[in-house]
Design a protein around this ligand. Structure first.
Ligand code: URC
Length: 281
């Protein structure tokens, strides 16, 4: 029997970088975390301890900071594309470079409708993500949004499901729908207006969630994904993860009171976990 190394990758994770982009009349503050992962001809590093083909992860980290000076100027997608291409173009031993970036949002403080020149409010939980994968054959861009906390207080129900000997859940035509949505979508080309597209897709996701008369998380998930594909020819596929952040009606009858769908227990765990991928056929 022969035991062999079948797959390997190495890189630097959590390269945390902040940048001030100094515009004439205001400062832009950007905060990102970058993961770099390289695949290629690294077998002898594992088998012989020969590091001749190894670009140190420390150098990969330094490269992220150095290239950010001139090449992190707009979207995380464009910065990721530049980085991935740098590793492929300068390292013949590398066959695939993956650059994952998460952006933490900071928004300028606003006073009496006017945004402050250089003071910011730390973001919500929501983050913009991108994953750039470049090989010698081409590049793919998968962007997304994660930890998007959304909730609606009505227009959501769950009825008509299987009832067996273990079912205790009561049917409802009016419940709270809350989720920590994660969406990732694949762009068809690397030449796009990524920032504008992100804003647009985010808005479609929110609008569809808000307006949908939901019969289940599953149905809303598909409706949200379909809306993104229908309105964006530059997106070929979208995956959604929608954990069901349950808000369970609290029993006020034990105190002789009626609960008119007003008082709930928010339970973190266990939680329903609904996922799906929507593609053009
Ligand atoms: O929208 C829902 N889908 C389910 O599959 C499910 N299961 C459950 O207990 N509650 C819900 N809600």
């Amino acid at each position: 029997m022969k035991i062999t190394l079948t797959k390997n990758a190495y890189g630097k994770n959590a390269v945390n970088l902040s940048k001030i982009i100094r515009h004439p009349d205001y400062h832009e503050f950007r905060q990102i975390s970058v993961n770099v992962s390289l695949e290629g001809d690294f077998e002898t590093a594992h088998t012989l301890g020969d590091n001749a083909n190894i670009l140190p992860t420390d150098t990969q980290k330094n490269t992220v900071y150095a290239l950010a000076k001139d090449h992190f100027t707009d979207s995380i997608e464009n910065f990721g594309l530049y980085l991935a291409n740098h590793f492929i173009a300068n390292n013949p031993q590398v066959s695939q470079a993956t650059v994952d970036i998460v952006e933490y949002p900071w928004t300028r403080m606003t006073f009496d409708g006017e945004a402050h020149h250089h003071a910011y409010v730390g973001g919500s939980s929501e983050k913009h993500t991108t994953s750039i994968r470049q090989t010698t054959n081409g590049v793919t861009v998968v962007s997304g949004i994660k930890d998007l906390l959304i909730l609606k207080t009505t227009d959501s129900g769950f009825e008509g499901y299987i009832k067996d000997q273990y079912t205790t859940l009561k049917e409802t035509a009016d419940r709270i729908f809350a989720t920590q949505c994660e969406a990732t979508w694949t762009y068809t080309t690397p030449d796009l207006e990524f920032t504008a597209l992100f804003t647009r897709i985010r808005k479609i996701l929110l609008k569809t969630f808000a307006h949908h008369k939901s019969l289940s998380v599953q149905q809303t998930l598909l409706t949200m994904g379909k809306a993104v594909l229908e309105e964006n020819p530059d997106v070929s596929e979208i995956s959604l993860k929608m954990p069901n952040k349950h808000h369970i009606l609290f029993n006020l009858e034990q105190f002789g009171m009626e609960n008119k769908n007003e008082i709930f227990i928010a339970t973190d765990e266990p939680y329903g976990y609904i996922t799906g991928t929507i593609t053009r056929t």
